[in-house]
Design a protein around this ligand. Structure first.
Ligand SMILES: Cc1cc2nc3c(=O)[nH]c(=O)nc-3n(C[C@H](O)[C@H](O)[C@H](O)COP(=O)(O)OP(=O)(O)OC[C@H]3O[C@@H](n4cnc5c(N)ncnc54)[C@H](O)[C@@H]3O)c2cc1C
Length: 223
C-alpha cells in the first residue's frame, strides 16, 4: 500500500469541476490497477508535445513503463524530460436532455513528474516481471525469460506517484433545470472493457490446452 497523498499540489488540483477531483492514494491506486493502457506525454523537439499510448504497471509508490531503447518517447523520458502519464477508464456515455450537458462517466488519473531509468539487470528483470504480472498474471513465469539482448533493447522507467490526481464522474446527467420538462429520454449507457474467449495462435498444436492463468485472466475480465 502506497503513501497516502490526500492533498493536491498547485499543479494537480482539479479546477474544472473540482467536485470530481480525488487525491486519495487508495483511489488513485485502484484506478491505476484496473487500467491497462496509459498515455505518456513529453515535450519533444521544438516544444511539440507528444502523447503516446503505453502499457504500464503500478509497483507500490511508482508506475513502471517500458519501451524500446529506440523509442524517442522513452529516450526523452529517460533523459529526464518532465512527463505526464494519464490513465482513463471509460465507464459510460451520459446522454443528457441537451447535447451541451451530455458527457461521459469516467475514472482517470494524471501523474506528473520525472521518470528514472532502471539500469541494472536485476532491477530491470524485477520491473518487467511486475509489468507482465499487472497485464497478465502468471504469464511471466510461464513464458520464456527475457534474454540479455532483449533486456538491453528495453528501457524501463519508474515514475513516482508523488504528484497525482484522479478525476471521477459517476451517475446520471446533470441537465439545466428547464430541460427536465422536455420530452426527451436521458440516461447513461454503461461501458466496460471485457475479455472474449482466448483464441489460440494457429501455430499452437490443437492438443495444447489454454493454460489456467490465461483462462483465469479472461474469466476475471469477462463481465
Ligand atoms: C473520458 C474523458 C473524457 C473527457 N472529455 C472531455 C471533453 O470532451 N471536454 C473537456 O473539456 N473535458 C473532458 N474531460 C475532462 C478533461 O480531462 C479535463 O479535466 C477538463 O478538460 C479540464 O481541463 P483543465 O485543463 O481546465 O483542467 P484543470 O482542472 O485546470 O486541471 C488541473 C489539474 O487537475 C488534474 N486533472 C484535470 N483533469 C483531470 C483528469 N481528467 N483526470 C485526472 N486529473 C485531472 C491534473 O493534475 C491537472 O493538472 C474528459 C475526461 C475524461 C476522463
Amino acid at each position: 500500500m502506497g503513501a497516502v497523498m490526500g492533498a493536491p499540489t498547485r499543479r494537480t488540483r482539479v479546477r474544472r469541476e473540482p467536485e470530481y477531483g480525488v487525491y486519495d492514494r487508495a483511489a488513485i491506486d485502484a484506478i491505476l490497477d484496473e487500467g491497462l493502457v496509459g498515455h505518456l506525454g513529453v515535450i519533444g523537439d521544438g516544444g511539440q508535445p507528444f502523447v503516446l499510448p503505453v502499457g504500464y504497471g503500478r509497483d507500490g509508490d511508482d508506475v513502471l513503463v517500458h519501451g524500446s531503447t529506440a523509442s524517442r518517447l522513452f529516450r526523452a523520458a529517460a533523459a529526464g524530460a518532465p512527463v505526464c502519464l494519464t490513465v482513463t477508464l471509460l465507464d459510460g456515455v451520459v446522454l443528457a436532455r441537451s447535447t451541451f450537458s451530455s458527457t461521459m462517466n469516467y475514472r482517470s488519473v494524471v501523474v506528473l513528474g520525472t521518470a528514472t531509468a532502471v539500469t541494472d539487470e536485476a532491477g530491470k528483470l524485477a520491473a518487467l516481471r511486475c509489468l507482465s504480472e499487472r497485464l497478465a498474471p502468471g504469464h511471466f513465469d510461464y513464458s520464456r525469460a527475457p534474454l540479455p539482448q532483449e533486456l538491453k533493447a528495453t528501457t524501463v522507467l519508474r515514475l513516482p506517484l508523488t504528484e497525482a490526481s484522479a478525476k471521477v464522474r459517476r451517475g446520471p446527467p446533470h441537465d439545466e433545470a428547464d430541460d427536465y420538462d422536455l420530452p426527451i429520454w436521458a440516461g447513461v449507457v454503461p461501458l466496460a472493457l471485457t475479455a472474449g474467449q482466448p483464441e489460440p495462435d494457429p501455430a499452437v498444436p490443437p492438443d495444447r490446452p489454454t493454460p489456467p492463468h490465461v483462462r483465469e485472466w479472461a474469466r476475471r475480465r469477462t463481465r
